[in-house]
Design a protein around this ligand. Structure first.
Ligand code: SF4
Ligand code: SF4
Length: 88
C-alpha cells in the first residue's frame, strides 16, 4: 500500500508519521507536546468535566494541520502519543 512521502533537504524520501491518538490514561498533562507542535494541531484542556476538574490533558485539535514530524512524540516522557503513516 503506498503512503504519503516527503523529501528531506538532501532529496531523500521519508514517510511522515501523522498523529493518531493521545492515550489519556498515560497523559499527565505536562503540555510539552502542545508547545513543540509548530502546526497548532494540538490543544490543551480539561477533558474530564465530571471527574477531576483540575486535571488538564492534551488533545488532538486540528488533525488536518499535522505534517507528520513526530516532534510531539519525541517530547512526551509518557509515550502517550501514537502515530501512523497515511495511505494515498
Ligand atoms: S507530552 Fe505527553 S504527557 Fe505531556 S501533555 Fe503531551 S501527551 Fe500528555
Ligand atoms: S506530528 Fe508534528 S505536526 Fe503532527 S501533531 Fe505532532 S508535533 Fe504537531
Amino acid at each position: 500500500m503506498p503512503f504519503y512521502q516527503g523529501l528531506n533537504y538532501g532529496g531523500s524520501e521519508w514517510t511522515p508519521q501523522f498523529i493518531k491518538e493521545i492515550d489519556q490514561e498515560l497523559c499527565i498533562g505536562c503540555g510539552r507536546c502542545v508547545k513543540v507542535c509548530s502546526q497548532a494541531a494540538l490543544g490543551f484542556g480539561n477533558l474530564n468535566d465530571d471527574e477531576d476538574a483540575d486535571r488538564m490533558q492534551s488533545k488532538i485539535d486540528q488533525k488536518e494541520n499535522c505534517i507528520g514530524c513526530m516532534a510531539c512524540g519525541k517530547t512526551c516522557v509518557k509515550r502517550a502519543i501514537s502515530f501512523e503513516a497515511k495511505a494515498i
